[in-house]
Design a protein around this ligand. Structure first.
Ligand SMILES: Cc1cc2nc3c(=O)[nH]c(=O)nc-3n(C[C@H](O)[C@H](O)[C@H](O)COP(=O)(O)OP(=O)(O)OC[C@H]3O[C@@H](n4cnc5c(N)ncnc54)[C@H](O)[C@@H]3O)c2cc1C
Length: 551
């Protein structure tokens, strides 16, 4: 490894938009380094297509953007966080442009759930790739070390259990475990979409940072809320390529597997919010006993080249599978696309643990609630990444924690039970089980089957990143199943066919903490200030530390 980042002020884990935004803001002010387990920014950022939302159009305001964000969040969005993020959206886009991101001039796109056109994009549908290119170049220019091939294994904790002091990492070049000490660790490890067999999330999104934070005793929230995108493409690829909403915005139509329009000849329903379209598709697929619908984009151009001029990523994916979208319908089905749950933070990235911050998709800041508004996640990473960095600079030392949420109920064991004869778990079986039990349509029976399967499942494999990822996925999946089971209502992206409506008594966020090998859960009312006298987050004595998964 070119640089040994020992004794850092700030260790950023993850080189997507959130981690790089934080690191670039810190450069020149703090000794900072970025590590990531894969090269070239292996997370979701580089795959983002549609764009980044900001109130830039004539007559648009951050307040209107915040209102749309909260509306999409189905009763669980934090209005204060939404306002804080949308207030800084224009500045975040300007900063990305200053850093070199070449946004397409002139046109703002309108996406589902937004009251007006406010989505900025770059190189058509290659927004994330352009942002990644620009941020990596900007980090390089500012001498911020960005080190690929460094896998976060666990967080390091001070001997008194009061503070995160760095990270235990696997250095894939040296093939060795190392400790990197830092006053503050910023987790920017992305989401946990890889838990599902059908996902657009890349392999890197296995919930590693979330699981490490959980083991360290941080509170996590909202894990049952997972956004399903209606048009993940069934082309035999993993992760699935995405047919962005903009393609339906341009006139493409959804058809069932028998060729009938899903929403009638007018197709007004084709552009309803993602959760609504996904549920409609799931119902129709169940009726017809099939596992896909079709996206008909044949009307968008006389040939693939013409369609490709507007949607190059989409057309390239079709052609690579031998399908020409000017002549053929493309098989699609609801696909896990964004994970709303994560490490509980405030709007500046503080977690419940001193010395630990979380930004981007790994975090649950309250911005997205039960359902994310399209193009708000790149925005969240850019804004809260920068806010976290500014807080670190202002704090002058380790950043203090946000208050913890009181815990009320036991939620079960954090790991597989040692007392029941278990079964070996591999990645594919885990993903299939999560897809079956916690997919678009959920019910008590299916979730219980998943929970029982996970309770006796022991991840197997040689010590190393593959097995650690699997362990992390199993730990996160247990929490997903437990929270999905505990929430007896349908809200946002969480659709319980046995409890089909929202319940006002469940207008609360579920917050989980690992205590001595057991999980405990509490409820957090939306926007409710946490009482000041509650203790700051502390590590439960028997939890956390590198030994948790390294053996
Ligand atoms: C196909 C697709 C299209 C999308 N389109 C849009 C869009 O148009 N607009 C929008 O707003 N959002 C979009 N999203 C969502 C958005 O891309 C993500 O929410 C966002 O990019 C997350 O950024 P991040 O920085 O939090 O994490 P990521 O970009 O996912 O980066 C995570 C980083 O953490 C690293 N990492 C993970 N685990 C470890 C570990 N154990 N050790 C070390 N490093 C680790 C990874 O290697 C990676 O560098 C899309 C997502 C997908 C999958």
């Amino acid at each position: 490894m070119a640089c040994r980042p020992d004794g850092l002020d700030v260790l950023v884990v993850g080189s997507g938009i959130a981690g790089l935004s934080a690191a670039i803001e810190l450069s020149g002010q703090r000794r900072v380094a970025v590590v990531s387990k894969e090269s070239g920014g292996g997370g979701s950022t580089r795959l983002a297509q549609g764009g980044i939302a900001a109130a830039l159009g004539a007559g648009d305001t951050p307040e209107a953007h915040a209102a749309d964000t909260v509306r999409a969040a189905a009763g669980l969005g934090d209005a204060l966080v939404a306002q804080a993020v949308t207030d800084e959206a224009a500045e975040a886009v300007a900063t990305l442009a200053r850093l070199g991101a070449g946004f397409d001039p002139g046109s703002l796109a309108k996406e589902g759930g937004h009251g007006t056109a406010r989505v900025v994009h770059a190189r058509g549908d290659a927004t994330g790739a352009e942002i990644t290119r620009a941020l990596l170049a900007a980090a390089h220019q500012r001498d911020v070390p960005v080190m690929p091939g460094i896998f976060l294994v666990d967080l390091l904790i001070s001997p008194d259990g009061g503070r995160v002091t760095g990270a235990l990492v696997w250095d894939s070049e040296e093939k060795a475990l190392r400790r990197i000490y830092a006053s503050t660790v910023v987790l920017a490890t992305g989401g946990y979409g890889q838990l599902w067999a059908r996902t657009t999330s890349p392999r890197a999104c296995s919930g590693d940072g979330l699981a490490a934070a959980l083991r360290a005793g941080a509170q996590v929230a909202d894990l049952e809320f997972v956004q399903f995108h209606p048009t993940g493409m069934d082309l035999g690829r993993d992760p699935r390529p995405l047919a962005s909403e903009a393609i339906r915005g341009a006139g493409a139509r959804l058809r069932d597997s028998e060729g009938e329009y899903l929403h009638g000849p007018e197709g007004a329903g084709d552009l309803a919010p993602r959760d609504v379209v996904s549920r409609g598709m799931a119902r129709r697929m169940a009726e017809l006993g099939t596992d896909h619908c079709y996206l008909d984009a044949t009307m968008l151009g006389p040939d693939a080249k013409a369609i490709g001029a507007r949607f190059p990523t989409f057309v390239a994916a079709c052609l690579s599978a031998g399908l020409s979208p000017d002549r053929q319908w493309i098989p699609v089905s609801p696909t896990t696309h964004y994970t709303m749950g994560g490490v509980l933070t405030d709007s500046e990235g503080r977690t419940t643990l001193e010395g630990l911050m979380a930004v981007g998709e790994v975090a649950s800041s309250g911005l997205h609630g039960a359902n994310r508004l399209a193009s708000n996640s790149l925005l969240e990473g850019a804004v809260i990444g920068r806010r976290a960095a500014q807080l670190i600079v202002a704090a002058g030392g380790p950043v203090g924690p946000r208050p913890v949420v009181p815990l009320a109920d036991a939620l079960g064991a954090a790991g597989a039970s040692e007392h029941i004869s278990g079964h070996a778990l591999d990645r594919d079986s885990l993903r299939r089980a999560v897809q079956a039990g916690a997919g678009v349509a959920r019910d008590a029976e299916g979730i219980e089957r998943l929970a029982s399967y996970l309770a006796t499942a022991t991840p197997t494999g040689p010590d190393g990143p593959g097995t650690w990822e699997l362990t992390n996925m199993a730990q996160v999946a247990r929490v997903v199943a437990a929270l999905a089971a505990r929430r007896p209502e349908s809200r946002g992206a969480h659709w319980r066919t046995d409890h089909p409506t929202p319940r006002s008594s469940w207008q609360v966020r579920q917050v989980v903490q690992q205590l001595g090998g057991e999980l405990a859960v509490g409820d957090l009312a939306v926007n409710e200030p946490v009482p000041a006298e509650l203790p700051a987050g502390r590590y439960p004595a028997a939890v956390g530390g590198p030994t948790a998964i390294t053996g």
